[in-house]
Design a protein around this ligand. Structure first.
Ligand code: GDP
Ligand code: MG
Length: 303
């Protein structure tokens, strides 16, 4: 007697690509309904490509966030562009995310046109026009029309990741275009990362939100956990590259570090679903950004 075969299930990778600050990380969080990727108004927040997992009855949709394309010439930025390219190329299909409220959005797309058509054929390339909550409909329609006429996208989808509008259509698209396959992650997984990764990212997000440009770009965070008497203790060690940045991070009478700690702990508790005690230490590690061992470890590249 032959066993009845299971219905084929979807499992594949949808890349989330596009210029920095277009809302890719916000979009990923909205798609999977959890904060798996950190968000900020500054560029270059997403160093590590993180994948968010949406488990549906029909299968598993894996959305892969990538670092946005950078114009800055420094070593980290160059490596980030490579990471973005590699990650996107490895996906089954790609959603290109652009900020529809940026007056230069069409030029931005034009600049990337060759890359877009080289990365995936039009059948597998989707244009997500994000932040439509900030755009007049009368402006949006001609933009959609001109993007459509480029012939490089299968569909143009206006959304607001911040408000969660348009997510249903994106999930529907992923469900349609991603290949059939065995599920790759446990059905309870929400991302491809371990909890430590997310905890470190929450600290980084709060540093981005609280300090000026040079500090977040020069910080990296290591997490240690231990069981406390009443609740788990999480130790976040923040490495910075100079004494002056350490001073900024700690702030007057420790106010800055305290604020970062309170905000990061809130995120961690929401993520873990339990109370924790968070301790932050700031440690100076001169010129780590120029030391390939640290940069590679930080960006999780092959050494
Ligand atoms: N108004 C509005 N802002 C958004 C939307 N999506 C993202 N943002 C904001 O845009 C900024 C960059 O978002 P982020 O997700 O970090 O962009 P990324 O660099 O592409 O990952 C943040 O301040 C977000 O809150 C949206 O749909 N509407
Ligand atoms: Mg991001």
């Amino acid at each position: 007697m032959s066993l009845k075969k299971d219905k084929k299930r979807v499992c594949g990778f949808m890349g989330i690509v596009g210029p920095t600050n277009s809302g890719k990380s916000t979009l990923l969080n909205a798609l999977v309904g959890r904060k798996v990727s950190i968000v900020s108004q500054k560029v270059q927040t997403t160093y590590h490509g993180v994948s968010g997992i949406l488990n549906l009855d029909s299968g598993q949709l894996v959305f892969t966030d990538t670092p946005g394309y950078q114009k800055h010439p420094d070593r980290v930025a160059r490596l980030l562009n490579n990471v973005a390219d590699q990650k996107a190329a490895g996906c089954d299909a790609v959603m290109w995310v652009f900020d529809a409220s940026n007056p230069r959005v069409f030029q931005q797309v034009m600049k990337l046109k060759t890359k877009i058509s080289q990365l995936k054929k039009a059948e597998l390339s989707f244009c997500v026009l994000n932040k439509v909550d900030k755009v007049e409909k009368t402006q949006l329609l001609p933009l959609i029309q001109s993007l459509w006429e480029l012939g490089i996208f299968k569909e143009i989808i206006p959304v607001s990741a911040k408000k969660g509008n348009g997510m249903d259509r994106l999930v529907q698209i992923a469900n349609q275009v991603l290949p059939e396959g065995e599920e790759l992650y446990p059905r309870t997984a929400i991302s491809d990362r371990n909890p430590q990764f997310h905890l470190a990212e929450f600290v980084r997000e709060k540093i981005y939100q609280a300090t000026h440009e040079e500090v977040p770009y020069s910080s990296w965070i290591e997490i240690d956990e231990s069981e406390g008497p009443r609740m788990p203790t999480i130790l976040a060690k923040i490495h910075v590259d100079s004494e002056s940045k350490k001073g900024i991070l700690i702030g007057k009478k420790g106010e800055m570090l305290k604020k970062i700690g309170i905000e990061a702990r809130k995120e961690m508790e929401a993520f873990l679903g339990k109370q924790i005690c968070l301790k932050l230490h700031v440690h100076v590690q001169k010129k780590w950004k120029e030391d390939s061992r640290f940069v590679n470890r930080y960006l999780e590249l092959d050494q």
